[in-house]
Design a binder for this molecule. Structure first.
Ligand SMILES: Cc1cc2nc3c(=O)[nH]c(=O)nc-3n(C[C@H](O)[C@H](O)[C@H](O)COP(=O)(O)O)c2cc1C
Length: 356
C-alpha cells in the first residue's frame, strides 16, 4: 500500500472509520439523517451546534447514536466578545434590508446566540468521540475537561500560524480549511478573513509540514479527484461540506440545493452580508447588492444575522434563492443529488483507484 493510503488507513483505524471521509460540521445544515447516512457508510458524522440550545444538542446526539455506530463530531464556534452597537449605522442597514424583505424590526439586531458555556456543558455531557472548534481555540480548562473524558479535539484552522497555535494548545488533529470552503471562514481573527485567504493546494502541504499532528483537508473537495489530491498533499482524511448538501438526507431548501448544481467556482463569493462574519455563498442578487459601493457595510456578527433574519425567512417561504443564505464552496457544481452513501462510496472508490 502507498504511503498516502497507509496514512489514511492509520487515521481510519484510530477513529473506527471504513474510509477517511468526514462530513463537515455545518451549523443550520446538520440534519441528523445526513450524519446517520455518512456514519453508516463508514465515515464520520457531524453537527455544527452554533445555533442549538443544550437540549437540541442532546436530542441530535441521541438520534444519531440510536441510528448509527455513533461516529460523529460536535463542533462549535469560539465566540468573540459582544460587538459595540452603532444605532445610526444599524438603521442604514435596516433600511437597505427593507428593500430585500420585510423591514427588520427595531429589535432585530438584538437577537443573541445560545450561551456558549451551556452549549459546552452539554457537549461534554454528550461526550462524542470528537469535539471540534472553529474561529479560535478552546480555553485550557475546557481542553482539560475534554482530555479527562478521552474526547479528541479537532481544531479547524485557515492559516499555518493558526495550525501552530492549535498544536501548542493541545489539539489532537488539525482541520485545514482552504479558502474554497463554503460557509463561514474559520479564521481566528474575524478582521483578517478576507485578507488571509489561502487556497487548499497551498495551505495543506504547508500545514502538514508545520505540525506533527494528523491533518484533515477541507474546502472545495467534492469528488474523487479532490479527495485523492488532498490525500496526496499530505492529508490523513478529507472533510466534505457542500459536496453532501444536495443529498436528500441533507434536507436543505430545494431552491438552495438546485442552485448549487448550477454554480461555477466563480459563482461563489466571500461576504459578510448574512451574519456580519465572512462566509462563502452563492453570489446571489442580494449578496452582490450588499457588496455594492452604495450599500452600507454589514453590521458586526451577530447583529447582522439578526438584521437579515426576516429577509431570510421570507426567501425560504417564497423559495427565492437570491435572498437565501445559500452557502456554497467553490466546488458546488460537483455536488450530486444522490443518497449520501452513494456519494460517499463513489468518492472513496474513485480516490482509491487514483491513488493505487
Ligand atoms: C452550510 C454550511 C455551514 C457551515 N457551518 C460551519 C460550522 O458551524 N462550523 C464549522 O466549523 N464550519 C462550518 N462550515 C464550514 C465547513 O465545516 C467546511 O469547512 C466547508 O464546508 C468545507 O468546504 P466545502 O463546503 O467546499 O466542502 C459550514 C459550511 C457550510 C457549507
Amino acid at each position: 500500500m502507498s504511503d498516502t493510503l497507509n496514512r489514511a488507513k492509520k487515521f481510519c483505524d484510530r477513529f473506527g472509520l471504513r474510509a477517511p471521509i468526514l462530513l463537515a460540521p455545518m451549523a443550520g445544515a446538520s440534519a441528523p439523517s445526513l450524519s446517520i447516512a455518512v456514519a453508516n457508510a463508514g465515515g464520520l458524522g457531524s453537527c455544527g451546534v452554533l445555533l442549538m440550545q443544550p437540549d437540541e444538542i442532546r436530542s441530535w446526539s441521541r438520534e444519531v447514536r440510536s441510528n448509527s455506530n455513533g461516529a460523529f463530531q460536535l463542533n462549535i464556534w469560539i465566540p468573540d466578545p459582544a460587538p459595540k452597537r452603532d444605532p445610526a449605522h444599524e438603521a442604514r442597514v435596516r433600511e437597505f434590508l427593507g428593500k430585500w424583505g420585510p423591514a427588520p424590526s427595531a429589535e432585530a439586531g438584538e437577537a443573541v446566540p445560545p450561551i456558549f458555556a451551556d452549549q459546552c456543558g452539554s457537549m461534554l455531557e454528550v461526550a462524542p468521540p470528537i469535539l471540534s472548534s472553529v474561529m479560535g481555540l478552546y480555553p485550557p480548562d475546557f481542553v482539560k475537561k475534554m482530555k479527562d473524558r478521552n474526547i479528541i479535539w479537532f481544531a479547524n484552522v485557515s492559516t499555518v500560524a493558526e495550525a501552530k497555535a492549535a498544536e501548542e494548545a493541545g489539539a489532537d488533529v488539525i482541520v485545514a480549511q482552504g479558502s474554497e470552503a463554503g460557509g463561514h471562514r474559520g479564521c481566528f481573527d474575524a478582521s483578517e478573513a478576507e485578507a488571509k485567504q489561502v487556497g487548499l493546494f497551498s495551505l495543506l502541504p504547508a500545514v502538514v509540514d508545520a505540525v506533527r499532528l494528523p491533518v484533515v483537508a477541507t474546502g472545495g473537495i467534492a469528488d474523487a479527484r479532490g479527495a485523492a489530491a488532498a490525500l496526496t498533499l499530505g492529508a490523513s482524511a478529507v472533510q466534505i461540506g457542500t459536496g453532501f448538501l444536495r443529498c436528500p438526507e441533507a434536507k436543505i431548501h430545494p431552491a438552495w440545493a438546485d442552485a448549487l448544481a448550477r454554480t461555477a467556482p466563480e459563482g461563489t463569493i466571500v461576504s459578510r452580508a448574512f451574519s456580519g462574519r465572512a462566509g462563502r455563498s452563492i453570489a446571489t442578487n442580494y449578496v452582490k447588492a450588499a457588496l455594492g459601493a452604495d450599500a452600507p457595510r454589514p453590521s458586526p456578527y451577530p447583529i447582522q444575522r439578526g438584521l437579515t433574519a426576516a429577509m431570510r425567512a421570507a426567501a425560504a417561504k417564497e423559495g427565492d434563492v437570491h435572498r437565501m443564505q445559500a452557502w456554497a464552496g467553490q466546488s458546488a457544481g460537483l455536488a450530486k443529488n444522490e443518497p449520501a452513501a452513494v456519494v460517499f462510496q463513489q468518492i472513496w472508490d474513485g480516490a482509491r483507484a487514483l491513488l493505487n
